[in-house]
Design a protein around this ligand. Structure first.
Ligand code: ADP
Ligand code: ADP
Length: 230
């Protein structure tokens, strides 16, 4: 069970811009959390701090037993196994098939070969792509590509899935399908943290809502609605 603890998280870029200005909060195992805010508010920076793509300038982030500030380099790959990441632009490997894109995530952490195929098949069934194993990303619709990306994000059974604008490139119906999948993964106990601009989705599917403005946390509300403040 992985709790995420954030205390006075601060990020200053090399150019002096302070994009995150002292955010503190806790995310309990199994929560579904939206991160909203207008363009330039600091959402991406905050999300990147959570998966340690960016290092904190000040403050503390703990993901389960991993304290990002004190972690040794050799711990980073173990910490990363507790997190699955989903991007707006999918970031699939274009020369690998659907099956290979998902299997690759297991190969890089040296999963025994015999365990790979059954697990990949399981997560591809979960996202409804078991019929498209041999397709390449360019042969899939945007929604299908995002489903491959979600399968890849969960194949190593992470405790937390972080999604940065996962529906940003998708039409409303397809976005709905993606949300169904993320909510299903969440109901199996996985924590979901999702940055989004999608007002309709947030309002149709209420979950904990964090709003960031000017690098600060200005709202933290269970089932909060996405108003017209953006
Ligand atoms: P959001 O995701 O909410 O649009 P960002 O986290 O991307 O916000 O940006 C927050 C602030 O940090 C903005 O002022 C942005 O210009 C600045 N910023 C983002 N990335 C960098 C960077 N790599 N170097 C310098 N400033 C950056
Ligand atoms: P959408 O209408 O959701 O954007 P598309 O029209 O892109 O979907 O694709 C519809 C179906 O056709 C999908 O199942 C996709 O896998 C398949 N498809 C799309 N482009 C190709 C292609 N170049 N080769 C093979 N199958 C494709």
């Amino acid at each position: 069970m992985t709790t995420i603890q954030i205390k006075n998280a601060m990020k200053r870029y090399d150019n002096g811009v302070i994009a995150v200005k002292g955010i503190s909060l806790t995310v309990e195992p199994g929560e579904f959390v939206y991160v909203i805010g207008s363009s330039g508010a600091g959402k991406s920076t905050f999300i990147k701090l959570l998966y340690h793509e960016l290092a904190l300038t000040e403050g503390m982030i703990k993901l389960g037993r991993f304290n990002f500030g004190e972690m040794k380099d050799r711990d980073v790959p173990y910490m990363r196994r507790e997190i699955g990441i989903v991007f707006q632009d999918f970031k699939l490997l274009p020369r690998l098939t659907v099956f290979e894109n998902v299997a690759y995530a297991m190969q890089v952490i040296e999963t025994p070969t015999r365990k790979i195929k059954p697990r990949v098949m399981h997560v591809l069934r979960l996202v409804g792509l078991e019929q498209k194993l041999r397709r390449f990303p360019s042969e899939l619709s945007g929604g299908e590509q995002q489903r491959v990306a979600i399968a890849r994000a969960i194949v190593n059974s992470p405790e937390v899935v972080i999604a940065d604008e996962p529906t940003g490139n998708l039409d409303p119906d397809t976005s709905d399908e993606i949300m169904d999948i993320l909510e299903r993964i969440n109901s199996d106990g996985t924590t979901i943290i999702m940055a989004t601009h999608n007002r309709e989705l947030v309002n149709m599917r209420p979950h904990r809502l964090l709003e960031i403005a000017g690098g600060r946390l200005v709202r933290d509300e269970e089932g909060g609605a996405y108003g017209n403040e953006d």
